[in-house]
Design a protein around this ligand. Structure first.
Ligand code: PMP
Length: 391
């Protein structure tokens, strides 16, 4: 294709995206991780970030970051395996492994990079990877890049999963990977059942706890909450959400983590995170370890709000977490609802296909532990008004 025809194709695709109300643009948001963000000159209650515990702006994290900058500077300047390593990186990994009661942990530049590395290291053409249909895009991309055979099962459908596993029982190498909290639905993976099936079909179990960390299981994730963490081979998590910082992490047996350090290309060939991020992550980890009340408060508040929204007639799906979807179906309707809520003081994300299945466009409410009673009242009033306008 000539550059001119590539340009033509792209123009056409962008026009199609615009026509179907699917074109994405970066919003003009400022202070996007604060409880109140700034959008087009207005201060709006932030229901769209993943800063579930409200830690991104916490003074303890800021201090961790600034201390690390003062000591080490701003950049890591090389991959961890070359010279991009500092005492606090090792300290963070040591404390993380202790936190999860695992032999070893390693930190990645993002959760996305961690998922790519896991698949890169442990899967190849001969591997079958069982994957929930609603797993995060980074998992799908990792599987695709590894060349493994992806066997998807219907979302949270354990009968379907078992059938799929039985169909592939004679394969040499099997991995199951699942989000523990599904990012666009807020529902929970059936971890006990999944662990049983992995035992029965001799399958390596990998979990993505990105949205559960800091919130469930005294901050250690859903597997801890459900008492199955010892049955998980690799625990992947992220500092970028509940822990208010940045970076992915993987914890597990020493050999597995060591193998990842050698074979995970997104780790080997990428510059390490800057010291400020590691300093903030270490501070966040210590904070959650010493006090897990934020997560519990968040879940309590989320349960109450979900029940209230349902009582108004909204469809909140199967959520049991701090992520509350309000499923409206149609793209334009969802964008209209998002705009309407702006006028009521709320900033809410509108999520459309392909991020979610066709005809399930939704508002995604991301709750925060630092919401006050007044904030919750504001949300309630805004949705009461939305009901009058939309339902
Ligand atoms: N896993 C899940 C389930 C996620 O939702 C995300 C990010 N939205 C990631 C992994 C990637 O994490 P990060 O943003 O740190 O790259």
């Amino acid at each position: 294709m000539s550059p001119k025809s590539i340009y033509h194709c792209i123009q056409g695709e962008l026009a199609d995206l615009e026509k179907s109300a699917s074109l994405r643009t970066v919003p003009e948001v400022d202070n996007g991780a604060d409880r109140y963000l700034r959008f087009k000159g207005e201060d709006l209650l932030n229901l769209a970030s993943n800063d579930y515990l409200g830690l991104a702006g916490d003074s303890v994290l800021k201090e961790g970051a600034t201390d690390a900058v003062a000591k080490y500077g701003c950049g890591a300047a090389a991959s961890r395996l070359v010279t991009g390593n500092f005492g606090i990186y090792d300290q963070l990994e040591k404390e993380l492994a202790e936190f999860h009661n695992r032999e070893d942990s390693m930190v990645f530049s993002s959760g996305y990079a961690a998922n790519l590395a896991i698949m890169d290291a442990f899967a190849d053409k001969k591997t079958v990877v069982f994957s929930d249909k609603l797993n995060h895009a980074s998992i799908l991309d990792g599987i695709r890049m590894s060349g493994a055979r992806q066997v998807r099962y219907r979302h949270n459908d354990m009968e379907h999963l078992e059938k799929r596993m039985a169909d592939h029982a004679d394969c040499d190498s099997r991995i199951l990977i699942t989000d523990t909290i599904f990012s666009m639905d807020g529902d929970l993976a059936h971890m006990e059942h999944i662990a049983d099936l992995c035992d029965r079909y001799d399958t390596m179990l990998v979990v993505d706890e990105a949205h559960a960390e800091g919130v469930f299981g005294q901050g250690r994730g859903l597997c801890r909450e459900m008492g199955v963490s010892d049955r998980v081979d690799l625990h992947m998590g992220a500092f970028s959400k509940g822990l208010g910082s940045m970076g992915g992490a993987v914890s597990g047996r020493r050999e597995l983590v060591s193998y990842l350090r050698n074979r995970g290309r997104s780790f080997v060939f990428s510059t390490a995170l800057p010291p400020a991020v590691i300093g903030a992550s270490l501070a966040a980890l210590r904070l959650v370890r010493s006090d897990d009340s934020r997560g519990r408060r968040l879940l309590e508040m989320s349960r109450e709000l979900k029940l209230y929204l349902e009582s108004l007639g909204f469809d909140c799906g199967m959520t049991q977490s701090q992520i509350i979807p309000v499923i409206l179906g149609d793209n334009e309707r969802t964008l209209g609802a998002q705009k309407f809520l702006l006028t009521k003081g709320l900033y809410v994300a509108a999520i459309r296909p392909p991020t979610v299945p066709p005809n399930t466009a939704r508002l995604r409410l991301s709750m925060r532990a630092d919401f006050t009673r007044t904030d919750i009242d504001l949300i309630r009033m805004a949705f009461e008004a939305l009901k009058e306008e939309f339902l």
